[in-house]
Design a protein around this ligand. Structure first.
Ligand code: UD1
Length: 416
């Protein structure tokens, strides 16, 4: 297993290119299963999760070709609508194949994802929604079996907006008979891009980016091409690094996807300059404490909560950080404490008392964003930090240590 070794306490400066969005490319790849033909996806991040999804698509019979951030998926030969436990347990987003496989084949068998480092992450909204569209759903041997000769449009209301369930139902509904309305739908840019990709395949969808999406089923779809939007979470991670450690410009970004994050960074005292597709951030003399509560888009993303706590650990004062989306998503807290961060956790609320300095230590990464937070902590801490189990970070960040090295960080990957 690889480790990341950091000699912290150095200022960072320079520019960094942001990769395509993991959470946009995964549902798009699943959507490629809807058509008999070749989908071309550009600006694909080279991540462990992308490669897991390619393996899954190949397992159901598709052919994939990946290189230079271009992915071609020929879903013509797909003939086995089954997603096995071995893969689904390593990446919950595998569950995205349920909607498209059911739509195309009238049946699908997908392993239930099970738990996750952040606690329970149910898929009941996905299943109830598919039942509303007329699918018969059963659970057998840990697998969801879905069946429907054809799907029929219906109105689906989510108790709370779910990114995954909105995506899965969009993909299931595009070829259903009649009209589907998704109420309290997710508005995340990744869902908007999925919807636009489906539109370019010939789907009829209205209301993308609002909380009510209407889908008029069509008889057939055609293969098409798409360029993945920039990863707002990767961009946010580097911007938070800039606020803590120097002057960083993130290139190839969509500033409009980062509004609330930029507002919070300004509140923390950082100076920010926004251009069409790049953002420059300058660290303040002292980082101001800023309370933050995660929320569905356009609110502050839960995927940046761990990184925000790392920044607040260095602030001049006390801040309160609440995760309203995932109440148990705090596995980075005890590890940041090993670096000297002063954090008290009560349920889903972290109280962070900023420290003048953090001190390097061996720590362990537990999930994608927790790992990013530990890298930020390690870069800021005096001395040596070793982060083990870095395979988590490779799921969601392309060559993160190389990107930080170009900014002047002393960070390397070491094989144990
Ligand atoms: C996606 C993102 C993940 C991000 C999360 C929230 C991908 C691949 N992953 O995850 O990085 O942190 O959105 O922005 O895009 N819920 C239910 N029942 C369901 C589905 C969800 O109760 O059937 C709840 C969840 O427990 C959670 C909330 O709804 O409290 C939001 O989850 P959801 O938006 O579905 O997250 P994911 O799509 O899994």
């Amino acid at each position: 297993m690889d480790k990341i070794v950091i000699q912290g306490g150095k200022s960072l400066s320079g520019r960094v290119n942001i990769s395509g969005a993991k959470n946009a490319v995964l549902p798009i790849m699943a959507a490629a299963l809807l058509v008999d033909g070749k989908t071309v996806i550009d600006n694909v991040p080279d991540l462990r999760d992308t490669r897991t999804m390619i393996r899954l698509l190949e397992m159901v019979g598709a052919r994939g070709r990946f290189g230079s951030h271009r992915l071609e998926i020929d879903a013509g030969p797909v003939d086995t609508p089954v997603a096995p436990y071995d893969l689904v347990k390593t990446m919950r987003a595998s569950f995205y194949v349920l909607g498209p496989l059911l739509s195309r084949f009238g049946r699908a068998k997908v392993s239930l994802p099970g738990g996750c480092a952040w606690g329970p992450r149910p898929v009941d909204f996905h299943l109830k929604g598919l039942e509303k569209l007329g699918a018969e759903i059963t659970l057998e041997g840990g697998y969801i079996q879905a069946q429907a000769d054809y799907l029929t449009g219906a109105t689906i209301h989510f108790e709370i907006p779910s990114v995954g369930a909105t995506g899965n139902l969009l993909m299931a509904a595009v070829r259903a008979r009649g009209t589907t309305v998704i109420e309290n739908a997710a508005r995340e840019p990744e869902i908007v891009q999925l919807g636009e990709f489906l539109q370019s395949m010939g789907a009829r969808i209205e209301g993308l980016g609002t909380d009510e999406i209407t889908i008029e089923g069509v008889a057939s779809l055609r293969p098409t091409q798409v360029t993945v939007i920039p990863d707002r979470i990767e961009a946010g991670t580097f911007l938070i690094a800039g606020a803590a450690l120097g002057r960083i410009t993130v290139d190839q970004v969509r500033p409009d996807h980062l509004k609330v994050v930029l507002e919070k960074l300004e509140e923390a005292g950082a100076e920010i300059r926004v251009e069409a597709s790049s953002i420059t951030i300058q660290r303040p003399d002292s980082i101001q404490p800023v309370n933050m509560s995660t929320a569905v888009y356009p609110g502050f993303p839960t995927d940046l909560q761990a990184q925000w706590i790392a920044l607040m650990a260095l602030a001049e004062g006390t801040s309160i950080i609440t995760d309203t989306i995932y109440h148990d998503r705090f596995s980075h807290v005890p590890e940041l404490q090993r670096l000297g961060a002063n954090i008290t956790l009560e349920k889903n609320v972290a109280v962070v008392i900023g420290q003048q300095e953090l001190i390097g230590a061996p720590v362990m990464s537990t999930d994608i964003r927790a790992s990013a937070s530990l890298i930020l902590g390690g870069l800021a801490a005096r001395g040596r930090t070793e982060i083990s189990r870095v395979y988590h970070i490779d799921r969601g960040y392309e060559k993160i240590e190389e990107k930080f090295r170009t900014l002047g960080a002393s960070i390397e990957r070491v094989s144990e």
